[in-house]
Write a protein that binds this ligand. Structure first.
Ligand code: PLP
Length: 434
């Protein structure tokens, strides 16, 4: 299988696309063709790791990753991704937060790290530096996935004061080969800084910069696997496809679901729930794509005004007219997030994170016929304990901390504070705090 840029450059293989991150023409890598699966292809698959071996096989075929796919899949999916039933007349919840940093981004980050460790030319004397900007969850997941991997350094840039206290702890608690930079600016400033670093040839060569942000095709593909596994499990149990509501920001997770359905998995309807950043719903209703400055909301990991994966979605699945036949998108503002958090706890006894709350709100807003006709799963993107500062005061409840998160919270934290300019980042890379 080959991969091309959304902007048209010549085809390449998955391993090369994965190492490059962004295509040379500035576009995003997409597969040139989509494989087509049948239900029976997955007859022997009963968890995410074995589903990954089947689903990802055509994408890695012919690359150096092919012989290691089983090992890579097992390494990536070393934790459960349960589809939880909340009872009759209630939605299912697909819990993506049982990984080391308690958000779904662990999946993409671990797959990417497992692949890179096998295909990059590793040299302990000249490590590859994974440079990543984060609005909260990506940085922790990438740090955890590359922590203590020989031949890699990690530099994580996060916006000062714009991530939750526990997210910040997960970004800054590693030490060793992981360096955290607290940038005096917004997430967009962090992203600009990363782009500037990649555009600087000297810096690039000196640090062997590589990216791990959500535009990397290596983050996207494994995310299709948990949708596939959940939908197959549901079909076996009930004979029905599974419809999905997906909290959406940069659209990586949502696109992975659309992709899984397109290659033959039994997924019904797909609804994207955004926060007040409503670039995607507006695009679908007006047909005009208009990027915006991002707004700060309670679901901060979805504060994206210009979702990068939109370019992939349009390339693979068409413009607004075509997309309106395949997906829906709804915007959920902060007042509705608060209300939904409370209602979800009252109705189902379930404590959810603010991102997941957008999904519950979207489910409540489905027409009763739509809600009853299909079996719905709301995608739980992070554990609520990561956002205790928002969730606990709203519910008047303590959120129990999962063990993996508790372990990280107990570690000492270090970050280098920098201004949002390339010189400051360069100095920081030269003298990282340990
Ligand atoms: C990243 C993230 C999202 C948004 O996912 P995208 O793939 O960017 O759409 C939603 N919820 C949480 C908790 C996240 O960390």
């Amino acid at each position: 299988m080959s991969f091309v840029s959304t902007r048209g450059s010549k085809p390449t293989t998955l391993d090369a696309a994965l190492l490059a991150g962004l295509a040379p023409d500035g576009g995003l890598f997409v597969p040139t063709e989509l494989p087509r699966f049948e239900f029976r292809d997955f007859a022997d698959c009963h968890d995410c790791a074995t589903t990954a071996e089947v689903l990802l096989a055509p994408f890695v075929a012919g690359t150096p990753l092919e012989p290691d796919l089983a090992a890579i899949s097992a390494e990536t999916f070393s934790f459960p991704v349960p589809l939880v039933c909340l009872g009759a007349d209630a939605p299912h919840v697909l819990e993506l937060f049982h990984g080391p940093t308690a958000a779904f981004k662990d999946v993409g980050a671990r797959f990417l790290a497992a692949c890179m460790a096998r295909i990059a030319a590793l040299d302990a004397a000249r490590p590859i530096t994974i440079l990543v900007a984060t609005s909260g969850d990506t940085g922790g997941a990438v740090a955890a996935a590359f922590f203590e991997r020989r031949g890699f350094e990690v530099a994580v840039l996060f916006p000062s004061g714009r991530v939750s206290a526990r997210q910040q702890q997960q970004l800054t608690c590693w030490g060793g080969n992981v360096h955290a930079f607290e940038v005096a600016g917004s997430f967009d400033d962090c992203q600009r800084l990363v782009k500037a670093a990649f555009a600087d040839t000297e810096l690039n060569e000196r640090y062997r910069l590589s990216s791990a942000n959500s535009i990397n095709i290596g983050r996207l593909l494994p995310q299709s696997v948990y949708y596939a596994n959940a939908a197959l499990q549901h079909l076996r149990a009930t004979g029905k496809p599974l419809s999905l509501i997906i909290p959406t920001g940069n659209l990586g997770n949502g696109l992975a679901a659309v992709l899984a359905r397109a290659i033959g998995l039994p997924i019904g309807q797909i609804v994207f729930a955004t926060n007040a950043n409503k670039t995607i719903p507006d695009f679908l209703s007006t047909g005009e794509y208009q990027s915006r400055e991002s707004l700060a909301t309670l679901a901060s990991a979805m504060d994206v005004g210009n979702p990068s994966n939109m370019e992939r979605l349009r390339h693979l699945f068409g413009e607004a007219d075509a997309l309106n036949r395949q997906i829906r998108a709804v915007s959920v503002d902060d007042a509705a997030i608060r209300q939904s958090l409370r209602a979800t706890f009252a109705q189902f006894g379930m404590i959810v994170c603010p991102h997941t709350a957008t999904g519950f709100h979207a489910w409540q807003k489905l027409s009763p016929t739509t809600r009853d006709a299909d079996d719905w799963a709301i995608v739980a993107t992070a554990h609520p304990a990561k956002f205790d500062d928002i969730v606990e005061p709203l519910l008047g409840q303590n959120v129990p901390v999962p063990p993996a998160l508790a372990e990280l919270l107990g570690r000492p934290a270090h970050a280098t504070r920098i201004e949002p300019d390339l010189g400051a980042l360069q100095n920081g890379l030269m003298r990282p705090e340990q």
